[in-house]
Design a protein around this ligand. Sequence first.
Ligand code: NAD
Length: 290
Amino acid sequence: MKIGFIGLGNMGAPMAENLAKAGHHVTGFDMATVTVNGVSNARSAVDAASDADVVVTMLPNGDILKSVAAQVIPVMRKGAVLLDCSTVDVDSARRVATDAEAAGLLPLDAPVSGGIGGAAAGTLTFMVGGSEEAYRKALPLFEIMGQKSVHCGASGNGQAAKICNNMILGVTMIATCEAFALADKLGLDRQAMFDVVSTSSGYSWSMNAYCPAPGIGPQSPADNGYKPGFAADLMLKDLRLSQQAAEASDADTPLGQAATELYRQFVEDEDGTGRDFSAMLPRFEKRGRS
Ligand code: NAD
């Protein structure tokens, strides 16, 4: 397949490289000058998109996605797939899909879980919104870039799944960190706490796979000075998207709201910028109740 890949950042570059390694003809474009093994450089987004069977976008936010989509939709071939893998708000995803469909294209919103490690290893999970026809066309690419893809329904539903998943993740990470800080004050050994919770009803991905306490459980960013991993800034971005979606759809998400405010404080008022999102634990360690 001829693939145009727009947005060759931390995630996009390894994803594009994996597509090229699998034998696809990949032409990439990024605003910054980026070289990716096996990927030829286009001079513009339009250049990368005009001859492609599939255009993949991996961009920072919904406004940038909309502006790139406005450039590439008019030049893409009819029947081509516009595959956005960025994490953006549901409204932007649906707006881009409507414009793409009107131009005879097959749009998909397919945000990912798995982070930079998953992008490099080709083990991402894709949550996909869009038509069955578009999903079937993109499936061979999901199988190269990831280990799993779930077709979640119509356009925007991929973003909806991502936002809901990450709201759960933000809330459970905070709960796990709070519980470790409380256990410390109660004189409970962290290893004992992990051994109990990881096999009891308090278990979660945050505890079992990404334990925020250094030296406990499997290797995680806590064992690497809380270097991301998944940055607190990105968690804040995703939590804000969840709250924007909750407001737009009149959904009651009090814990999502509390998690958003805690990550906002951590990132904007404290030392959270550039740290992993599990660095909430040292934050709680330092604090008392008052
Ligand atoms: P990044 O900032 O490293 O990459 C974004 C790239 O887009 C940059 O290289 C930037 O130069 C480029 N770009 C910006 N505007 C552009 C334009 N108009 N035209 C062309 N290129 C443009 O970000 P990332 O970590 O690769 O994340 C990309 C997306 O994936 C985001 O939506 C993020 O929320 C999501 N995501 C990231 C992770 C992660 O762990 N990093 C995990 C899951 C999802």
